[in-house]
Design a binder for this molecule. Structure first.
Ligand code: NAD
Length: 332
């Protein structure tokens, strides 16, 4: 049964969290996210305002990210948030579910586990930025951050380019074993380094931390580097010195988020860059912006994470689940 047939038969398709790993591939996530960024830049898709609230219960942050992609007919929302007490209960602290609606009728189409999809779409966004902005001869990958998401980011980066080595730094050095193990899984040597060394060695730098103060400084970064700053997705968070954005050409998934909750919020607030200096990555994908213009240019992708990315990967996984006969459908 196709998704349209299921909707016409008043059936809702359910893809549980536990099925996602067996269905979704990084390559499928990459294609879905790249298409969604392209549709955003050509104004065929837009994100609705984000809601995120401290609910005053279980210390939880809860909210919605939503949008509509007219090109790919993805309509819906991702709802969820952060429950810090979950780990003690054997659950993941980040919890989310995607709900897709039929754009023609408003009927609910699908309910999809959103936890692994969030990790995959975030890694895919960074990989899209590497494809379009990093120097093709990049050899050394620098990783800042060694938490849960870092392994996904490293795998997606290594799938994208022929790296020969990974160097890494983390505020909490005891966590670096995750980067070392992931590099080993990918068949690459790993070296723990200082931030100055990381900047001196890396052709591509990925930052994925929950920091509220800059770690990497503008002077650490050499000409020609591509940075994907993926951790800053909230007001107040910051991973790199604001001066670095003034030295770089800044790209993002969505400008409104970049200047308010993304890495660019600080450079904007200090007047170091203007909103008009920031380029949507979709414009590069669509060929209306040239992207990197020289081997000496520093490019920086401010990946803030948009709802349309969640809808794009969820729609893909529903198609895969139906095609492979593992989707559950219930009358609704
Ligand atoms: P995690 O809690 O597993 O790891 C946190 C990482 O940040 C660790 O490496 C930790 O050592 C580091 N860190 C903590 N405090 C720091 C500080 N003060 N200075 C420098 N480093 C510090 O989290 P995760 O799941 O790996 O996610 C990392 C970040 O990515 C989070 O901030 C999360 O909100 C963000 N994120 C963004 C997107 C997006 O679309 N942009 C998507 C998913 C996650």
């Amino acid at each position: 049964m196709s998704l349209d047939q299921a909707v016409n038969a008043n059936m809702v398709t359910i893809v549980p969290e536990g099925e996602i790993a067996g269905l979704m591939t990084p390559a499928a996530a990459f294609d879905a996210v790249e298409a969604c960024f392209a549709a955003m830049a050509s104004r065929k898709a837009y994100n609705f305002p984000v809601i995120r609230e401290a609910i005053g219960h279980a210390d939880a942050l809860y909210g919605f990210k939503s949008g509509f992609d007219r090109e790919n007919l993805a309509l819906g929302l991702k709802s969820g948030g952060y429950w810090p007490g979950n780990e003690a209960k054997g659950l993941t602290n980040h919890q989310s579910t995607v709900i897709l609606f039929d754009a023609d009728t408003g009927r609910v189409k699908a309910l999809v586990g959103g936890n692994l999809l969030t990790a995959l779409r975030t890694a895919a966004a960074q990989a899209v930025s590497l494809k379009h902005l990093a120097r093709p001869d990049s050899k050394v990958l620098g990783m800042i951050g060694a938490g849960h998401q870092s392994a996904f980011q490293m795998r997606a980066a290594v799938a994208q380019m022929n790296f020969e080595k990974v160097v890494g730094w983390n505020l909490h050095p005891e966590m670096l074993s995750r980067l070392e193990a992931t590099a080993a899984e990918l068949g690459l040597p790993f070296e723990p380094v200082s931030l100055a060394d990381l900047g001196a060695q890396s052709d591509v730098i990925v930052s994925i931390t929950s920091s509220f103060a800059p770690s990497l400084l503008a002077d650490h970064v050499k000409p020609g580097t591509h940075l994907a700053c993926m951790g800053t997705d909230t007001k107040g968070k910051q991973e790199v010195e604001a001066e670095l954005l003034a030295k770089a050409t800044v790209f993002t998934d969505e400008i409104a988020q970049s200047i308010s909750i993304g890495e660019a919020q600080h450079a904007i607030a200090r007047g170091l860059i203007a909103e008009g200096d920031i380029v949507e990555i979709g414009a590069v994908i669509n060929g209306t912006h040239p992207g990197r213009k020289s081997d000496k240019e520093i490019t920086l992708f401010d990946g803030t994470g948009v709802g349309l990315q969640d809808l794009a990967v969820a729609a893909k996984v529903v198609d895969l689940a139906l095609a492979q006969g593992v989707a559950q459908t219930v009358a609704f």
